[in-house]
Each structure stands twice: as structure tokens, then as C-alpha cells.
Design a protein around this ligand. Structure first.
Ligand code: FE2
Length: 386
């Protein structure tokens, strides 16, 4: 009999009994990128990744110093923000880091309490609890710094039914490319500096009440040339997962080190987005010009039945097709997962995306790390940064 496995958003709910409940998180609210040209970035994410126009704020809505475009696809909201003058901290951020993620906003029931509880435990304040309102109701926002210049905002929107946040107007566009089937944020990975991993693991435990539920050391994550360490932090209901990477010494330069050199600080390395049908999503993304890392060698695909073991019985995908699209496969005791990684999406080799389809598996593709890092090293080789 075929076992039913679903791609589930809260599959690891209730596992994390050690997690503390002083900071209940309902999910990811949105991700805000600071970019050099938000108008063009919005066009890229609509055209290439299938996001839809949702909301807008800029000169026309009374802002003087910035403009923001909000895009949506299923449960994912991204905000693209650009400075309108040379004095803005947004412009300074872009000057230092290039385009990148500034804000990982978390959806909470009580933004004031979230702020107080995290500040009490040692968080550095970014934004004191602030109430914003318009004709659709009110939103409470607060925020704290995490690694590098990255920020967690807490967004309380239970008394709000507008399009996005107060201050934004609905963005009606005549240009509406279709969705590619991206559903929700599965996890977001941060790169931290040399020797900083344990500091940030402890920070997520102490300040945010997260638990460290998976760890990989440089003996597990390495190729012939480079190495890194990775620890996965999760909140209590498993909805928010933040793996953290630290570079490790190898014969050549680790991809994490390359990131830190080009981003000029710790920051968000990749955003993993879930789909229910990775084959369809990846075909669509490729047609729209999204570039992915190159495929692992042929032997990788020949070895899949071995690696999947009994999960082969429940696998619906055709291995030849996965090979053609360069989609990676991994398994753990609970099921399998399919994943693929884009090339970096800006000129600095910093941020990239992962597309993931979970068929029961709760891991992060550890079995693929070697194949993935060898693909990245081929890119580094081309850039002269290996
Ligand atoms: Fe990932």
C-alpha cells in the first residue's frame, strides 16, 4: 500500500518541547529587501519568480525618502525598498552590502510583548513598539537586530484588514504574470562570521526561545576544497526555521567566506520556498530565465534508489526528469525531499533561492550538501573566488 506523504507546513509541530513559549510566532509575515532599484527588482520578481503586485508606498503616497513595492505569491510577501536620496540609511545599507535582505518580519499576536520579552533577554532594539493605523485598522510593529545588520520585525495585525500595512496603497498593475506555484517560506539561512556560530545559536536559544534541532560540522559538510558548519534553529511550533552557517578552514575559500567578503558582514544567504510540484515550478522558472546551479554528475542520479531505500515506493517523480532539470533528492526516516538552488540573484555572489518540495522529510538535504557545494565551487572557480 502506498503511504500518503504530504508537503506539510507544520510537519514538525510539537517536536520541540524544549522550545520556550515566551515568543509565540504565527509565521513569517514578510521579507524586506533593500535594493538599488526597487522598480526594476519588482519587475524581475514578478516576471521571473511569478510574484503578484500587492501594495505600494512612495512619493505618490506621501513618502519623501523611500519607495516600497510589495509582492505576493500564495502565503509569501516580499517588500522591495529603495532610497530616494543620498542621506538614507537604506542607501547606506545598499552601498555596503549590495541588494540584500534587511528585514525578516515575523507574525505575532502581541508585538509589544514580543519586544519586551526579547529585549529583556538581551536583544538590541531596532524599533520600539509603534502603532500605525489607517481606515483598515491598526498594526503594532516592533523590532530587534539579529546577525549583521539584519533585523527581525514583530508584526501584530489582528486588528487590521488592509492590503499590507498602514501607509501602503493597493497596487493594481496591468502586468500580471502567473504564479509559478511558490507557496510559503520553508526556511531562511543566515551566514555568520568566523567563530560566531555558537554565539548566534545561543542568541536564538536565549533571546528568541528557539531550539537547535540539527547540527552539521565541517567533517560532515566538506568537499575536496572547502568546508562549513551548519546548525538549524527552530521556534517551538516548527514554523520558523533559521539554519545558520559558519565558514570552516579548507584547502580553498569556503562559499560562506566568499559571501562574508562580498556582503561585507553576516547576512541572509538563502531563502527556501516550498512548492507542491517542484518539476512544474522549476520548468516554469527556467522558461522565465531563472538560472540554477549545474547538475551533479550522472552517478548521483543512478544512486537515488539506493539513497531513498523504502521511500522509493512512494516516489512519484521520474528520476530522468529530475536529472534533466538538475533537481536534487534526499531522504530521512520520515520521507524524502526534492530541492534545487538558484545561482545568486544579484551581481555580488551573496543571496540565492532554494525551491523545496517536502514529501515527509524534515531535514535540509544533508545528503546533497557535497553535490551542492561542488556545484557552488564550479561557480566560485568561474568568479576566481575559490
Ligand atoms: Fe536550505
Amino acid at each position: 500500500m502506498k503511504k500518503e506523504l504530504k508537503n506539510t507546513e507544520d510537519g514538525i509541530e510539537k517536536i520541540f518541547k524544549n522550545a520556550k513559549d515566551f515568543l509565540p510566532l504565527l509565521g513569517t509575515d514578510h521579507i524586506e529587501f533593500y535594493v538599488g532599484n526597487a522598480k526594476q527588482a519588482a519587475h524581475y520578481y514578478k516576471t521571473a519568480f511569478g510574484f503578484q503586485s500587492l501594495a505600494y508606498a512612495g512619493l505618490e503616497t506621501g513618502l519623501k525618502d523611500r519607495v516600497s513595492y510589495v509582492l505576493k505569491q500564495d502565503k509569501i510577501r516580499i517588500v522591495l525598498t529603495t532610497a530616494l536620496n543620498s542621506k538614507s540609511e537604506i542607501g547606506e545599507h545598499v552601498k555596503k552590502h549590495g541588494d540584500g535582505v534587511k528585514v525578516i518580519a515575523l507574525w505575532v499576536d502581541d508585538a509589544k510583548k514580543s519586544y519586551e520579552e526579547t529585549i529583556k533577554r538581551g536583544a538590541v532594539s531596532y524599533l520600539k513598539p509603534t502603532v500605525e493605523s489607517d481606515e483598515f485598522g491598526k498594526v503594532v510593529k516592533s523590532g530587534i537586530y539579529t546577525y549583521g545588520e539584519t533585523v527581525h520585525l514583530f508584526i501584530e495585525r489582528k486588528n487590521y484588514d488592509g492590503h499590507f500595512l498602514p501607509g501602503f496603497v493597493k497596487w493594481d498593475s496591468d502586468y500580471n504574470p502567473k504564479s509559478v506555484g511558490l507557496k510559503y517560506i520553508d526556511h531562511m539561512v543566515g551566514n555568520v562570521g568566523w567563530g560566531e556560530m555558537n554565539t548566534w545559536v545561543k542568541w536564538y536559544e536565549d533571546v528568541m526561545g528557539f531550539v537547535n534541532f540539527l547540527s552539521f560540522d565541517d567533517k560532515q559538510i566538506h568537499t575536496d576544497y572547502s568546508a562549513l558548519m551548519s546548525k538549524v534553529m527552530s521556534n517551538g511550533n516548527g514554523r520558523i526555521k533559521f539554519p545558520l552557517n559558519e565558514p570552516a578552514k579548507g584547502k580553498k575559500r569556503s562559499q560562506i567566506e566568499e559571501y562574508l567578503d562580498f556582503y561585507e558582514s553576516p547576512g541572509v544567504q538563502h531563502i527556501a520556498i516550498a512548492t507542491d510540484d517542484i518539476v512544474k515550478t522549476v520548468k516554469e522558472l527556467k522558461e522565465r530565465g531563472v538560472e540554477f546551479l549545474s547538475a551533479p554528475p550522472k552517478e548521483y542520479y543512478k544512486d537515488i534508489p539506493n539513497r531513498l531505500g523504502s521511500h522509493m515506493d512512494i516516489m512519484n517523480e521520474d528520476i530522468d526528469e529530475l536529472e534533466k532539470l538538475a533537481i536534487l533528492v534526499d531522504a530521512d526516516e520520515d520521507g524524502y525531499l526534492l530541492q534545487i538552488f538558484t545561482k545568486t540573484v544579484e551581481d555580488r555572489p551573496t543571496l540565492f533561492f532554494e525551491i523545496i518540495q517536502r514529501m515527509g522529510a524534515k531535514g535540509f538535504g544533508a545528503g546533497n550538501f557535497k553535490a551542492l557545494f561542488e556545484s557552488i565551487e564550479r561557480e566560485q572557480q568561474n568568479r576566481g573566488t575559490l
